[in-house]
Design a protein around this ligand. Structure first.
Ligand code: GTP
Length: 235
């Protein structure tokens, strides 16, 4: 296996499947099965998931809500998604621990880095909820931060496109996919991989990023086996 410890970043929207809101059970189970396959292969898996299928802080701001207030509501939405992933994984017999950046001890552990690492070493999938616990930071930033903290070898950004393209492939048919690209090229070409705070955190800590299609069955497994899946961003 190419990577022994990964941080998998999933978007909240992806959990909606074809629904307009909330969690699509079928999609949730598909993701859980993909993650289980990685776990069964002996990979240490940590997960950060967004909350956009339930609540988006930025949109709430447009509606007149205070940004910070909206961001906290978004963080709570990530905890709901994290609990859903946790339940789905445990239903498949995968051991998990959920840690939240905002204390809610009745439902999960608080985020404690050393405990998270210990859980991974003991073969538990660790899910990090509530983002980084701070407003103005995205779940991509939380994912980058947690990946660095737990010394993951790579951050895997599961999306609905199969990598980074020269232009938006949904708008420009002539766009081509990069197999590999450097951090500097991403900056200079103005490509959108993650928001800049998250991306800079990865670059400064030399954390490779792989953008890949999480909706394609077997993709995660192939990626872990070292096959060329998605786009790799490195120095
Ligand atoms: P090890 O001691 O390394 O084996 O880890 P462990 O997670 O099995 O031990 P611990 O006794 O800390 O946890 C037992 C169970 O309680 C696990 O399912 C944890 O997720 C859960 N747990 C631990 N701390 C908290 C907490 O603060 N809140 C909630 N809700 N659950 C917790």
């Amino acid at each position: 296996m190419k990577y022994k410890r990964i941080l998998l970043k999933l978007s909240g929207e992806a959990l909606m499947g074809n629904k307009g809101f909330g969690i699509d059970q079928e999609r949730l189970m598909e993701y859980a099965k993909e993650i289980k396959a990685a776990y069964d292969a002996g990979c240490q898996v940590a997960i950060v998931i967004g909350g956009g299928n339930i609540f988006r802080g930025i949109q709430a701001e447009k509606g007149g809500m205070d940004r910070v207030h909206g961001d906290y509501m978004g963080m709570l939405a990530t905890v709901i998604n994290s609990m859903a992933i946790q339940a789905a994984l445990e239903g498949l017999g995968v051991q998990t621990r959920l840690q939240s950046a905002i204390k809610m001890e009745q439902i999960c552990e608080p985020f404690i880095r050393r405990k998270a690492v210990r859980h991974l070493e003991k073969g538990r999938v660790v899910i990090f909820g509530a983002g980084s616990g701070n407003p103005y930071f995205t779940t991509d930033s939380a994912a980058a931060l947690r990946a660095i903290e737990i010394e993951a070898e790579v951050i895997l950004k599961g999306t609905r496109v199969d990598g980074i393209y020269t232009a938006d492939p949904e708008k420009d048919k002539s766009a081509t996919k990069y197999d590999q690209i450097s951090y500097d090229e991403v900056y200079s070409k103005g490509l959108e991989v993650m928001d800049l705070t998250a991306f800079t955190l990865c670059k400064e800590n030399n954390l490779p990023i792989i953008v890949f299609d999480m909706n394609k069955k077997g993709n995660l497994q192939q990626l872990l086996n070292g096959e060329a899946v998605g786009t790799l961003v490195v120095a």
